[in-house]
Write a protein that binds this ligand. Structure first.
Ligand code: HEM
Length: 501
């Protein structure tokens, strides 16, 4: 029987007969018929669409896997995977000549010219151009610029402390991470830390991100319907899109006019005729600059907030980490991007934070390449859309022993966690399209955590977060997180040190 694409109307077919035919085809003849999953998901994209918009998609997908196993059919032509080796099978490096499983185009349509949506060749070229800016040497060149923002963050924290005020660190970490990425991507900070509030463009880009996410799921479910209503949505949103583009293009133009070059992300992408470097088109630079802002800011801030919260509620782990930090540094000034990288226990704390509260919570689905692929023991035909949900993967007891327990020791060889399937943990993804900003994120987060805990005792202000987990949050593209109010006090032992010094 020929394949009846889900959701397409066949002229002249009575609706009932067509619906019935489609149901029979998807249940009995479709190549994914043997992949377990709920009946309604195998015949309609609606359950997956509603789940994606529900606010708890990470938990619902997890529940489906608990019931049906490591590979689950989530819509007529989509599956979700939670077995530990799924990353390698779907995202991993390919054998020579084997095409990669590209990202679902519906999820990257708005930034198709940027690194996230680029085809294999363009992606390779863009990664090559950006490699130097994201390398260890690149970060060393960026260190003074990054240091400026870190110092400014700590000045603001100190002001709050001196005034005896509590501070919503989740908000201030966000101000900080957007300022840094703004500076590295557009040549100018957003000025959030200076003003104590978000630059208006950030609110716009975050709203865009959520709207894009909602549209992407709709596009996957009903591509033909989206093609009809997409243009109408664009007309309705024209004013806001124009405002967004004007700001982004204006900033990039300003940065490109800056001479001499500065050690930022644009430097790698811009054409340089004197060195015979072609660089990227203006459009691609703009797309990438906004990708960096979305990909690199909130993720870093979420990891910082998550780590702060988890440490505040786990005093023994906090004490052990303070011991490591105290024995490594005699003064706050010694804590730099590079020196903080050496802290082993802090690295384990960060890994464990990203396992419990992965900053990239969801999935950017891949489309299986045309020849099909065996994943988790199932043959998936070309064009199957595959999801791997970070949150569900890391909370899966089949992958991690006592997954709800915050235990940095699991990353340090504790025999209690010998059965953990460590390959399941890929918070920065894996393969050629893994996070290019991973080193930057690690260094920023470790420097700030080390400095914060070297200097301050941090306590939660809102008692409720001792009773229920702060990190148990609704998800809409990313986490929708409540404030994380803390009180900072100078550590008495450090006070003594600075008095003696
Ligand atoms: C804790 C912080 C971060 C986490 C957890 C994280 C996570 C991720 C993940 C999971 C991906 C793959 C997404 C996919 O499959 O489509 C990714 C890609 C990417 N990230 Fe990050 N990220 C973080 C910080 C950063 C930072 C600081 C930057 C700097 C600008 C950045 C820039 C990017 C870019 C450009 C890509 C696309 C890479 C490519 O397609 O070649 N990320 N990140």
């Amino acid at each position: 029987m020929p394949r009846i694409p889900s959701g397409y109307h066949v002229d002249g077919f009575p609706i009932l007969a067509h619906t019935l035919g489609s149901v029979i085809y998807h249940v009995c003849f479709h190549p994914l018929r043997k992949v377990p999953g709920p009946f309604w998901s195998s015949v309609s994209p609606i359950p997956l669409l509603l789940m994606s918009w529900s606010g708890t998609p990470h938990k619902q997908i997890f529940a489906l896997h608990q019931k049906y196993g490591g590979v689950v059919r989530t819509s007529p032509d989509s599956v979700s995977c939670l077995h530990a080796t799924a990353w390698k099978e779907v995202y991993g490096h390919r054998k020579p000549g084997q095409p990669e499983n590209l990202k679902h185009p519906g999820f990257v349509a708005e930034v198709a010219e940027g690194i996230i949506g680029a085809d294999t060749e363009t992606h390779k070229h863009q990664r090559h151009l950006l490699a130097s800016a994201f390398s260890a040497q690149g970060m060393q060149r960026q260190e003074p610029l990054i240091r400026h923002h870190v110092d400014l963050l700590f000045r603001r924290l100190e002001e709050h402390r001196m005034q005896g005020k509590s501070i919503d660190v989740a908000k201030w970490f966000n101000y900080f991470s957007f300022d840094i990425i703004g500076d590295l991507s557009f040549g100018e900070s957003f000025g959030n830390l200076d003003r104590g509030e978000f630059h208006p463009w950030i609110a716009t880009i975050l709203e865009f991100f959520v709207a894009q996410h909602d549209m992407a799921h709709f596009r996957r479910a009903y591509p033909w319907l989206e093609a009809m209503i997409g243009p109408i949505v664009k007309i309705l949103a024209a004013k806001i899109i124009t405002k967004h583009n004007l700001f982004m293009r204006g900033q990039v133009e300003k940065r490109l006019a800056l001479e001499p070059s500065r050690p930022d992300f644009i430097d790698g992408m811009k054409p340089d005729r004197t060195r015979g470097k072609e660089g990227l088109s203006f459009e691609a630079i703009c797309h990438n600059a906004s990708i960096f802002v979305v990909a690199g800011s909130e993720t870093t801030a979420l990891a910082l907030s998550g780590a702060t919260y988890l440490l505040c509620t786990h005093p023994k782990i906090l004490a052990k980490l303070k011991e490591e930090i105290d024995s490594s540094f005699d003064s706050e000034d010694e804590i730099t991007l590079r020196s903080a990288q050496r802290l082993k226990y802090l690295t384990a704390v960060l890994d464990e934070t990203l396992r419990i509260y992965p900053a990239a919570v969801g999935s950017v689905p891949r489309l299986i390449q045309p020849h099909g692929e065996v994943v988790g023991g199932h043959f998936l035909p070309g064009g199957t859309s595959v999801d791997i949900w970070h949150w569900a993967m890391y909370h899966n007891p089949a992958n991690f022993i006592e997954p709800e327990v915050f235990a940095p020791e699991r990353w340090l060889g504790d025999p209690r966690f010998e059965g953990d399937k460590k390959v399941a943990f890929q918070p920065f993804s894996t393969g050629k399209r893994s996070c290019i900003g991973q080193n930057l994120a690690h260094s920023e987060i470790k420097q700030i955590m080390a400095r914060l805990l070297w200097k301050y005792d941090v306590t939660l202000v809102d008692r409720e977060w001792y009773e229920k987990p702060w990190h148990d949050q609704p998800v809409r593209a990313s986490y929708v997180h409540p404030p994380l109010n803390v009180r900072l006090s100078l550590r008495p032992e450090k006070l003594k040190l600075s008095y003696l010094g």
